[in-house]
Design a protein around this ligand. Structure first.
Ligand code: UDP
Length: 313
C-alpha cells in the first residue's frame, strides 16, 4: 500500500512550485503549500484548492514556521531577474533566513530537504557546458548578486547542516525552465517573447542576441526533482537540472515568431547588467545518478506553452 507522505513545498504557488504540488497530489501525497505570493499567484493553485489533500498557507519563510512533514522542497525565492532585483534585501533574506528556517525544521523532523539552487551560482561562466565541479564566475556585489550570492551562501548553509547535523540535503541547480504558469510579467525571455509575439508587439532582444541559454520544459524538470528527492540520504548533489540543448536568444526570438505566426519584428535593446553570455548544463550527473534525461524539445515545449499565454491575454 502507498504510504501517504506529507510534503511541504515552499514557494508552492510559484511557477515550478505549482507544477510540483500538482504532481505530488497526483501521486497520492498530502501537500502543504506555503507561499507569501510575492512573485507568485494564488491562481496557479486554484485548481488544487478543492483537493482535500492540499493545504495552502500564506506565510513568508523568512519567519519561522512549525509544521510536521515527511519531506521539504524549498523553492521559495523570487527567481526572475526583475523580481529578485526589485527588493534585493528581501531576496537575500529569502535565500538565507528562509533556508535557515527550513533547515531548522528538517533538523527537528529528521526529514529530507530539497533546495532549489540555480545555474546563477556559475555567474557568467568561463567554461561551457557547466559541470557541478565548476566554482563559477560571479560578481559578488553587482545587481544580480543578491540572488547569485544568496543562492551560493544557501548552498553553503545546506552543506553546513549536512556536515554538522547529518541532514539529508538535496541540492538541485536549476537552469532556465519554462512552461504554463510562468508569470506573464516576470521579465523572463520566454514569457516576454511569447506575450510580445501574441500581441504583435516588438520582440525585445537584449544586446545582440548572441548570448545563449538552454531551456528545459517544466514537466522534465519536476520529474528530475522528484527522482532526486527519492534518492538515498547520502546523495546530496549539487546536481545540475536542465536541458542541455543550447540556443542563442536571437534563435529563440525567431522560433517564437514562427510558432505564433506573429507579425512582430525584433527590436534590439540594451543588455542588462552582468547578463551571462552563455549557459548550458552538463547533466552527466543527473543522467548517471538519477537515470534522468529531458524528453521534451524546445519546439515541442513551446507548442505546449504558447496556448497557456494565449489563454491569459
Ligand atoms: N532577454 C532578452 N529579452 C527579454 C528578456 C530576456 O533578450 O525580453 C535575454 C536576457 O538578456 C538573457 C536571456 O534572455 O540573456 C535570458 O533571460 P532571463 O531573464 O529569461 O533569464 P536569465 O537566464 O538571465 O536568468
Amino acid at each position: 500500500m502507498h504510504h501517504r507522505k506529507r510534503i511541504l513545498v515552499t514557494g508552492g504557488a510559484g511557477f515550478l512550485g505549482s507544477h510540483l504540488c500538482a504532481r505530488l497530489l497526483r501521486e497520492n501525497n498530502d501537500v502543504l503549500c506555503v507561499d507569501n505570493f510575492y512573485s507568485s499567484a494564488r491562481d496557479n493553485v486554484l485548481g488544487l484548492l478543492s483537493n482535500p489533500h492540499f493545504e495552502l498557507i500564506r506565510h513568508d519563510i523568512t519567519l519561522p514556521l512549525y509544521l510536521e512533514v515527511d519531506e521539504i522542497y524549498n523553492l521559495a525565492c523570487p527567481a526572475s531577474p526583475i523580481h529578485y532585483q526589485e527588493n534585493p534585501i528581501h531576496t537575500i533574506k529569502a535565500c538565507l533566513l528562509g533556508s535557515l528556517n527550513m533547515l531548522g525544521l528538517a533538523k527537528r523532523l529528521r526529514c529530507k530537504i530539497f533546495q532549489a539552487s540555480t545555474s546563477e551560482v556559475y555567474g557568467d561562466p568561463e567554461v561551457s557546458p557547466q559541470k557541478e565541479s565548476y566554482w563559477g564566475h560571479v560578481n559578488p556585489n553587482g545587481l544580480r548578486s543578491c540572488y547569485d550570492e544568496g543562492k551560493r551562501c544557501a548552498e553553503s548553509l545546506f552543506f553546513s547542516f549536512w556536515r554538522e547535523n547529518k541532514i539529508a540535503i538535496k541540492i538541485g541547480r536549476i537552469f532556465n525552465t519554462y512552461g504554463p504558469n510562468m508569470h506573464p510579467k516576470d521579465g523572463r525571455v520566454i514569457s516576454n517573447f511569447i506575450m510580445q509575439a501574441l500581441q504583435n508587439e516588438p520582440i525585445t532582444v537584449y544586446g545582440n542576441g548572441e548570448q545563449t541559454r538552454s531551456f528545459c520544459y517544466v514537466d522534465d524538470l519536476i520529474e528530475c526533482m522528484i527522482r532526486f528527492m527519492n534518492t538515498e540520504n547520502d546523495v546530496t548533489g549539487p546536481i545540475n537540472m536542465g536541458n542541455p540543448d543550447e540556443f542563442t536568444i536571437k534563435e529563440l526570438a525567431e522560433k517564437i515568431i514562427a510558432d505564433t505566426g506573429s507579425s512582430s519584428k525584433i527590436e534590439y535593446c540594451p543588455l542588462p547588467h552582468d547578463d551571462p553570455k552563455q549557459r548550458k548544463p552538463d547533466i552527466t550527473l543527473a543522467e548517471t545518478i538519477l537515470g534522468w534525461h529531458p524528453t521534451i524539445s524546445l519546439d515541442i515545449g513551446l507548442k505546449k506553452t504558447i496556448p497557456y499565454f494565449r489563454s491569459i491575454i
